[in-house]
Design a protein around this ligand. Sequence first.
Ligand code: ATP
Ligand code: MG
Length: 508
Amino acid sequence: MPDRVLITTDDLEQAVRVNAALEQARFDTAMVSSLDDVRQAVRGRESGAGSREPDAIVLTGGLHETTAQRLLAAAREHAVSTLGLVESTDDPNEVGRELGLTGWLIKPADPAEVTATVRRLIERRRLQQRTGILGESAAIQEVLVKIEQIAPVTSTVLIEGESGTGKELVARAMHDLSPRRGKAFIAVNCAALPETLLESELFGHEKGAFTGAAERRLGRFELANGGTILLDEVGEMPASTQVKLLRVLEDRSFFRVGGTQPIQVDVRVTAATNKSLKESVALGRFRDDLFYRLNVLSVYLPPLRERRSDIPLLVRTFIAEFAKTHDRNFRGITPEALQILVDADWPGNVRQLKNLIESMVVLAPEGEIRASDIPPDIRERTRSLPVRIPAPVRPESGAGSQELEFIFRTLVDLKMQLQDLRQRIEERPAERVEVIEVGGGSEIDPLDPSPEAPGPVIYKPGMTMSDVERAAIDAALRETHGNRRKAAEILGIGERTLYRKLKEFALS
Ligand SMILES: Nc1ncnc2c1ncn2[C@@H]1O[C@H](COP(=O)(O)OP(=O)(O)OP(=O)(O)O)[C@@H](O)[C@H]1O
Ligand SMILES: [Mg+2]
């Protein structure tokens, strides 16, 4: 069956040309004039645009309209790729990221280029289906591009990210997409075993190497020969094992414990850590030469709270998955309950979200997740540190009612965060918190951010709302080493808004 692509007719001339090119390239296309039609089609319902769920949607214009933004949200939730044709007066990267498009091209777009891009986006989506890595956010799309690039080669990869962000999932995906896919993928948790056991686990041992070694035993490196090994929580590896690992990485050879013959293997090494290895190196806990050997290629998985736009898709997919596993006739989730999940903190990231969905699918009495089914600790952990501002709806337009509503929501949100902060500080006085000085005492230069780890943004008595905003921006810029795009993403605002605020606060 050919891939199905919908084309919106906001810019009719572009739509006609793109439609012809896609048809010629043997896509099953449909032009849709009303956004309602598209939205129905995204959900795969009967409509004027046909009943089959599309593989991709090309938006030819009207990107700043609220209807387009709603359509994009629906597409994200249903994992349908979107390609936006951006006006030449707009900054395409900024618009693309701000609106959450999967891809974008400047107008007038060459129909051949549109076709090639649509094909690439659909392939990327297939990759996601194959690997189980869900997410339409820019962060996850970047990870997917990296996986595609990294999978075919044998270089060592370091995967960094908080607990539950999908490091093992990514390591497996790289193995499954590599020429090694027919061979073993073996994960070893370096934190779970004491030093001597870890060495014998990794490198094996000879008969009689130590008390209890009744037989020769092959280690994980030998068992993974031809395949891939994942050294999980590599930062916890004891110093003596680090030396041995370094040797394996240098010449792919090692000795079994108690052995005298070097063993040669062909193993792709991937390593994962939920702590900053660089920091462990600085603290003298991890060898710097080993760090550089491991960090030849690297993938960073951002925490879930930094890609909240992926949460509705994850929730929907997990509900469907667990309803099937547990044979439950399940309707879904109420909008109110979904909003709570989107706003929650998720210190345990995707794993925590997935486990929670499973328990709620099993326990929710009404065959539907409602706000009251969500445990209080999740409901209370919404929108905490660092200060976060919701994504604006067309902040650059005149002071329309939408903008007023946005400002109002931002203020209410900030007020709640401040109350939350106060409460946390009062509740946990012993915890060390760093206070970032704002106003006259500020020495932060966003263009030359110091690599020292910044503390969380803390409210101090006497601070105004704009002081808080300024401190949040400072902190985000320091955290991202001055990368404004990443800083804007962390803050949940558009890059353009960040630029405006930098100007406003005279930070640029
Ligand atoms: N982007 C994603 N899409 C779908 N499922 C995901 C995604 N990221 C993580 N998961 C799921 O979340 C769970 C945790 O992922 P995984 O074990 O890969 O995390 P991890 O980073 O290795 O965690 P830890 O540091 O605790 O070992 C798994 O069930 C995984 O399938
Ligand atoms: Mg893991």
